[in-house]
Design a protein around this ligand. Structure first.
Ligand SMILES: [Zn+2]
Length: 302
């Protein structure tokens, strides 16, 4: 009986040892699995989504600007620097959108590879768009065909940072590019049915989109990032609005809707939300975001 108890005790001890070491190795394997993922920081929601679409399970993506934050008025925090110092790749639009990023990269003081998505893209001059920090319009991602070029750039950067998974990134990128091509066709077909092709936006985000689909931005409510329009400018917007075949004033999630409401009331118009950044519920991904905007425009222009 005594011998039996001793055998049971030894067995239990061995079992405990086995479980303990299994847990320890499981823990370290888990840590290793996330440690060898490529750490990526992306500035805005569409770029974080692109990085996840191309990188899949091989990358760990951090979004810098939370939903509802405007890159034009963003102020980096010590946490921003901390996130960036851990990253291997930093994906940004460039063209003056993240005017705060250069300082950030030097503050992070680390060997981060910067992927600037606007490099090599034909940029629209921005005399009247109100982004004082740059003379080009940075809102390139609102044209899905430009996003195809961005996806290729991200695929290339991931393959360089993690060459053993090149074919994985290539496959993901090519599948996602097919989805962007379908989106582009879908928007073209819808826009063709619009009764009016001219509109007034809240901020100057929609020039690449308009150029791609044959629309025209007749005016912009915001005179500069985060700046309240003057009474004279509001008068001008009201005059423009009267000439358009739509009774819609666009506002956006990054700004207060108050000004748009004032203008809409004066013009007997309705306020709808166009969203150039996304991240809100129902428009977390770029594809959902663009389909949301298309549905809003359909409501306004058909
Ligand atoms: Zn903008």
């Amino acid at each position: 009986m005594c011998g039996m108890q001793k055998i049971t005790a030894t067995f239990l001890l061995r079992l405990c040892n086995f479980l303990f070491f299994s847990l320890v190795s499981l823990f370290f394997n888990t840590v290793d699995a996330s440690a060898d993922k490529v750490k990526v920081v992306a500035t805005i929601t569409p770029l974080a989504d692109f990085a996840r679409q191309v990188g899949g399970a091989r990358v760990d993506v951090t979004l810098l600007l939370p939903a509802g934050t405007s890159p034009h008025t963003y102020e980096p925090t010590p946490k921003t620097v901390q996130e960036l110092s851990k990253a291997k790749l930093f994906i940004r639009i460039g063209a003056g959108l993240e005017f705060w990023a250069d300082k950030l990269v030097s503050a992070a003081a680390r060997d981060v590879t910067i992927v600037t998505c606007s490099d090599g893209i034909a940029l629209i001059k921005g005399e009247d768009h109100g982004h004082a920090v740059s003379n080009v319009d940075p809102h390139i991602w609102l044209d899905p065909t430009i996003c195809i070029k961005i996806i290729k750039k991200i695929e290339d950067a991931f393959s360089r940072a993690d060459p053993s998974n090149t074919s994985y990134y290539k496959k993901n990128a090519s599948e996602y590019i097919d989805k962007l091509k379908s989106l582009d066709m879908e928007i073209s077909e819808k826009v063709r049915t619009f009764r009016t092709k001219e509109y007034i936006t809240f901020h100057s985000a929609w020039n690449y989109f308009s150029k791609r689909y044959g629309l025209r931005v007749a005016g912009v409510i915001e005179e500069g990032p985060g700046k309240e329009p003057s009474a004279r400018h509001i008068g001008e917007i009201l005059r423009l609005l009267k000439g358009l075949k739509t009774r819609v004033v666009f506002a956006e999630p990054q700004s207060s809707t108050r000004i748009a409401e004032v203008i809409a009331k004066e013009a007997g118009a309705q306020v709808l939300i166009l969203d150039d950044l996304g991240g809100q519920k129902g428009r977390e991904t770029y594809l959902d975001l663009m389909r949301y905007n298309l549905a809003v425009m359909e409501k306004a222009f058909k």
